[in-house]
Design a protein. Structure first.
Length: 365
C-alpha cells in the first residue's frame, strides 16, 4: 500500500515547488506516495495560510518579539528536558508541537484541530522515551524544516542534497537572498507566537541556534541564552540513535548518500566552533549549565539560571517545576554500546572544543 504521509507537514505550495526544483524533482520511486501527500497538504496549507494572513496579517506585521530566551546546546545534550522544565513557568511561552508542524496556519487551525483530534494524544518520540503531544514544548527548527524547507534538517528529507541544506546550520555560506528569506521565515514564526501569547516571554529551543547565536543576538538585541552541555561521548552516541530514527521518517530519497557518523562529527565541529566564537561577546546574557547538574540537582540548577539571567520570581514558578519533576520521576535514559577506540579517537579530535567548553575529562566510552 502506498505511503501517503507527507514528508513536510506544514509547507505551502510555493516553498514546496522551490524545494522540488532545488532537488531537480529527484524523488525515489518508493517515496512517490509521500511526495503526493506532501503536494496535497501544501495546497491545503496554502489556502489556510491565505485565510490566516487575511485574519491576522496586520497583527503579525505589528508584533514585536521582546527579550526571547533561546536554549542552546548540541543535539542530545538535554535541551529538550530543559525546555520542558522551563516551560512549566506560566510566564513563558514555548511553541507547541502543533505550532512547529503548522507554522503558516496554527493561529486559525489549532483550536479546530484540537477539537477534532483531542489535546492529550501522546507518544514517545521514537528515538528516546520523552513523551510528546500537541501541547508539548517543541523545537522551533521544525517550523523552518516543515514550513519552508530552510533548515539543515532537509538533509534527512533529501540526503543527496545534504551539502546544500547544511549551509542553513550556521548561515555563513548562504547567499544574501537565502539569508534574508531564512530570517523572514524565522521572524514571522516568532511574531505569530507573540500574537498567540501577547503577555508572555518566548522560550525557544533548537540545537541549530547554538551555531547561530551571534545572528540571533543581532536579530533580537535583548535576547537571552541558556547553554547546556553534556559529556561529548554521551552526546555522540545519543545523536547516532537520533540520526538512525529521523533518517527514515521524512525522507524522499534513499538515505545512502552520506556517512552518518562522519556527518555527526562535522556538524558537531561546526556547532562547537561557532559557539566558542560567540560565547565571549554574549557572556553577560548567557547562563551555562551542565546536563549532569540538571539531572542531579534540577531545582538548584534552574534557580541559578534565573539568577544569572535576572529572571523574576523563581519561587513563584518553583511549585510548577516540582510538579513536573514528580511526573518525570520514572524516566530512564537509553543505554548504548561502547564506542570503538578508533571512533573515540576521531570524536576526540573533531570535538576537541566540546571537551574544552565543558571542561570534560576523558573517560571510558
Amino acid at each position: 500500500m502506498m505511503d501517503l504521509r507527507p514528508a513536510l507537514q506544514g509547507i505551502i505550495w510555493s516553498d514546496w515547488w522551490r524545494v522540488l526544483r532545488e532537488n531537480r524533482f529527484r524523488i525515489a520511486p518508493r517515496f512517490w506516495g509521500r511526495a503526493i501527500g506532501t503536494s496535497a497538504v501544501a495546497l491545503l496549507n496554502s489556502v489556510n495560510a491565505w485565510v490566516e494572513k487575511q485574519t491576522y496579517g496586520a497583527q503579525i506585521d505589528e508584533a514585536r518579539v521582546v527579550a526571547p530566551i533561546f536554549i542552546l546546546g548540541h543535539w542530545r545534550s538535554g535541551t529538550t528536558w530543559l525546555h520542558e522544565l522551563l516551560s512549566q513557568d506560566a510566564r513563558f511561552a514555548a511553541p507547541t508541537l502543533f505550532q512547529v508542524w503548522n507554522p503558516h496556519t496554527f493561529l486559525t487551525t489549532e483550536s479546530r484541530t484540537r477539537r477534532l483530534a483531542g489535546a492529550n494524544v501522546r507518544d514517545d518520540r521514537g528515538f528516546d522515551r520523552v513523551q510528546i503531544g500537541f501541547d508539548a514544548a517543541s523545537e522551533d527548527e521544525f517550523a523552518l524544516w516543515h514550513g519552508s524547507g530552510r533548515s539543515d534538517f532537509m538533509s534527512w528529507t533529501f540526503p543527496r542534497s545534504a551539502a546544500f541544506y547544511d549551509r542553513y546550520l550556521d548561515g555563513v555560506a548562504l547567499s544574501d537572498a537565502e539569508r534574508k528569506a531564512w530570517r523572514a521565515a524565522f521572524d514571522t514564526f516568532l511574531r505569530k507566537l507573540t500574537v498567540r501569547y501577547p503577555e508572555r516571554t518566548l522560550l525557544l529551543k533548537s540545537p541549530q541556534h547554538t551555531a547561530r547565536a551571534a545572528l540571533l543576538a543581532e536579530m533580537y538585541p535583548d535576547a537571552r541564552f541558556v547553554y547546556i552541555h553534556r559529556h561529548p561521548v554521551d552526546v555522540f552516541r545519543s545523536t547516532q540513535r537520533l540520526y538512525s530514527y529521523l533518517a527514515g521518517v521524512s525522507c524522499l530519497q534513499i538515505n545512502d548518500w552520506y556517512d552518518a557518523p562522519e556527518r555527526i562529527l562535522q556538524q558537531g565541529r561546526r556547532v562547537f566552533s561557532a559557539w566558542a566564537e560567540a560565547r565571549g561577546p554574549l557572556a553577560p546574557r548567557v547562563a551555562e549549565v551542565a546536563y549532569d547538574d540538571l539531572v542531579q540537582q534540577p531545582l538548584a540548577t534552574l534557580e541559578r539560571i534565573y539568577d544569572r539571567l535576572d529572571l523574576p520570581d523563581y519561587e513563584a514558578a518553583r511549585p510548577s517545576f516540582e510538579t513536573y519533576l514528580a511526573r518525570q520521576s520514572g524516566y530512564r535514559t537509553n543505554s548504548y554500546e561502547p564506542l570503538q577506540p578508533a571512533m573515540l579517537s576521531r570524536l576526540r579530535e573533531a570535538w576537541r572544543l566540546a571537551w574544552e567548553l565543558g571542561s570534560y575529562q576523558d573517560r571510558a566510552a
